[in-house]
Design a protein. Structure first.
Length: 294
């Protein structure tokens, strides 16, 4: 048995969370087209008879435009420090851009094996994959280059097999059945937050926070209460929708996924709350991960 920690980095929306969920086999990280969806360092745990791999999902590395963006970058850089391998994920269906080059420059500052993971190869032709490999290999001395499709689980087994050659820690850090380092309350909050993004699109900024207030296990079901916290009354109205239509849709989607996660019937109560006092706002910002606010 050997263990290892693997950081998954890349610009926003290249499929980092999807890859971890695919490898773990269960949803431990939410996904969204909205940049900045991943705000926390989340670990997805893969186990087999030979190894335990702890995949560290990081916020997308990008040139920050505000304090939250700067904080997310710091989180991503911090997660790289103590891992055994770094997976640099790129969207193979898109052109090499400034965002990818920005991440590459940061990777040149570390002394660890770096894999180039060409994701979404199901969207391009075989010859285009070869051209992408040639293009990227001239920019960085990658330890390995692995083309995959995270959403279709295509070639992820080959990635796991290759990673086993780069890990050697004899200690097992988590139990056999563990799939993440986060508590169930966090996963519940994140699932609700994902559904808020899905049903509101660009109308609601990524600073919305969801907090699980109560989880009550009953005989054949769970009763769960989650607060959706926003900083403006206008956002509250958007999330609730006309006569409560939007919050009902969010609740239905979240409940369906929670019932799969918990393997039980779920009664879900969602409340949308607005931050009104500075003290409450400060706590909300701390939930987002930073202490200051302009």
């Amino acid at each position: 048995m050997k263990s290892g920690f693997i950081a998954v980095v890349g610009r926003p929306n290249v499929g980092k969370s999807t890859l971890i969920n695919s490898i773990v086999g269960k949803k431990v990280v939410i996904t969204s087209s909205k940049p900045g969806t991943t705000r926390n360092i989340i670990q997805g745990i893969y186990n087999d008879s030979e190894s335990q791999m702890v995949f560290v999902d990081t916020p997308g590395i990008h040139k920050p435009k505000h304090k939250l963006g700067d904080y997310l970058n710091k989180q991503a850089y911090y997660s790289i420090k103590d891992v055994d391998v770094v997976l640099f994920l790129v969207d193979a269906s898109e052109e090499l851009g400034k965002g990818d080059q920005f991440v590459l420059e940061k990777l040149k500052e570390i002394d660890k094996p770096v894999f180039l993971i060409l994701n979404k190869v199901d969207k391009i032709r075989h010859e285009e994959i070869l051209n992408k490999i040639i293009e990227y290999k001239d920019l960085y001395d990658f330890s390995e280059i692995v083309p995959i499709s995270a959403s279709k689980k295509d070639n992820t087994d080959a990635l796991i097999k290759t990673l086993k050659n780069y890990i050697s820690d004899p200690h097992k850090y988590y139990e056999e059945n563990d799939i993440t380092n986060k508590p169930i309350s966090f996963l519940i909050s994140e699932i609700v937050r994902e559904k808020v993004f899905y049903k509101t699109g660009e109308e609601v900024p990524h600073s919305v926070t969801c907090i699980t207030e109560n989880i009550e296990k009953q005989k054949n079901s769970y009763v769960i209460s989650v607060n959706i916290v926003v900083d403006r009354e206008s956002l509250k109205k958007i999330i609730i929708g006309n006569k409560g239509s939007k919050i009902k849709e969010i609740g239905t989607l979240a409940r369906e996924e929670l019932e799969v996660l918990l393997n039980s019937k779920v009664h879900l109560d969602l409340q949308v709350k607005t931050i009104k006092k500075w003290r409450d706002k400060e706590k909300h910002l701390q939930d987002l991960g930073f202490r200051e606010f302009d």
